[in-house]
Design a protein around this ligand. Sequence first.
Ligand code: M6R
Length: 579
Amino acid sequence: MCGIVGYTGRRDAAPVLLGGLKRLEYRGYDSFGIATVGSAIEVYKKAGRIPDGDPGAVGLVGCTGIGHTRWATHGEPNEINAHPHMDCEGKIAVVHNGVIENYAELKRHLQERGHTFRSETDTEVIAHLIEEKYDGDLLAAVNAVLPLLQGSYAILVIAGDTQRIVAARDASPLVLGIGDDEVFAASDMTPLLEYTERVIFLEDGDVADLMPGRYTIYHGGLEVERPIELINWCFEDTRKGGFPHYMLKEIYEQPQSFYETIRAGIDEHVRRMVMEADEITLVACGTSYHTALVFKYLAESLCGIPVRVEMGSEFKYFTPPLRGLVIAVSQSGETADTIAALKMAKARNCPTLAITNMQGSTVTRIADETLLMRAGPEIGVAATKSYMAQLAALMEILNIRCDGEFDDALSHAHLAIGDVLLLDIQDAVDLCSKVEHVFFVGRGPFYPVAMEGALKMKEISYVHAEGYAAGELKHGPFALLTPETPVVAICTPGPTYGVMASNIKEIKARRAPVIAVGVAGDIELPEIVDIFIPIPNTHLLVQVLTASVVLQLLAYHTACALNRDVDKPRNLAKSVTVE
Ligand code: M6R
């Protein structure tokens, strides 16, 4: 994980770097650091989050610099292990996102040659290796070092005697931003939005030489052209816009993220791919895994397409037999486990499709085709509006396979999503914020919705939560039910309504309080549960969406009631680029 940013141009680099790092904090936020080229390299590093207007950092002089925000892998999150890392003489500085797998061996070798290491990180070896090769030509030194590195990296390197940055990537993302007389580099495009809409997505193996207003990209030692693309996001989308947290803003943006994704439609190539698939396998992690499961339930029951859903993290080591279309679902497009699974599907000659929110991300480069979600930048670590946009994309696929049967439901769904934002769920929040454990249960597509509700609850409120298929609770978890263990049950009209109502009565008989999410106008459910939350009585697909929003709000308000750091929950990062 980690986020990196670089700048060379006419502005003071330090504020540009710090602003950029703030946008990348979702990738890791346990420490940060920047280095600029003044009369020599100046460095500022700190454990913890990036404060606003930190005078120590803003005071660094120079118009060229690099920065890093960290999610610790090698060495605990403290000032010493924070990037940038330097060589022995303090003449080279490096920031790095990724993992250098052979760093221990390289470090031993460098120590034998007299290099002094300060940190426990894998990254520091890069600075010392470049020191060995550097004779005034930074590009040549970096080129000489890259073949020695095993693992993954996006790196930015500066030297104290030159106004240039050398950037390189292999299996970690890196984007260039092209301005007038200035060049930016970053892990993703969010730090660039304030300055330019022109970006270049570097390829694995690319090395870029950046100078104020000039850049050259090399691959395999040869100069190459990479297309300049225009970003379809705007800077305003990355602001909180008056909301107390990004997460709440992003929950409120869901009618739009659903609507925009549906409106964007699906191009002919993807349409053909979807129509030709006699079987579909989805690979994903976390929240994206839950959207994939929702799709499975809906596609198998409504269109009869066999669908398999695999966790990215398991897939690489226990690869199932593969047939048909493989779809990688990933908001960031950079999740290491999902990428590994996608690569394996490619290697087995399956047609592949990426569903992602990130233009130019790694999954888009691997998959045969891409379906871009229109969620806009999602800054909160908890996935909300990207979940909604993923469901929009997947439901659109479903709709294609069902000859447009859901056109009407999908084109009006955003209205119902907007309606549930206004629901009063305070009683449920009061209950959940006083307990240590909460269960979430549902059946069919509402089972993964329950799993997602539980993930949101534990992720941001730290209240322990489990999502279960409602019928499974009696096969063990019943032992945990007490008056202090609320159960959130999603129970809407349909073939499982009766059996869900019975499950709820069984739970009540164990004296566990029940919060039910059901449809407005239900007269039976409010009688048997403790708290009833009514969602609009709409099409099944739309109920899936609105029930999900209720659970997001429940997690959000519970987390706020418990004073949690909603946008940056402990120990997490939004983009998980390590296995
Ligand atoms: O970027 P991805 O969709 O591939 O991320 C996968 C998971 O890391 C992610 O969905 C995670 O579970 C969420 N941030 C949880 O809210």
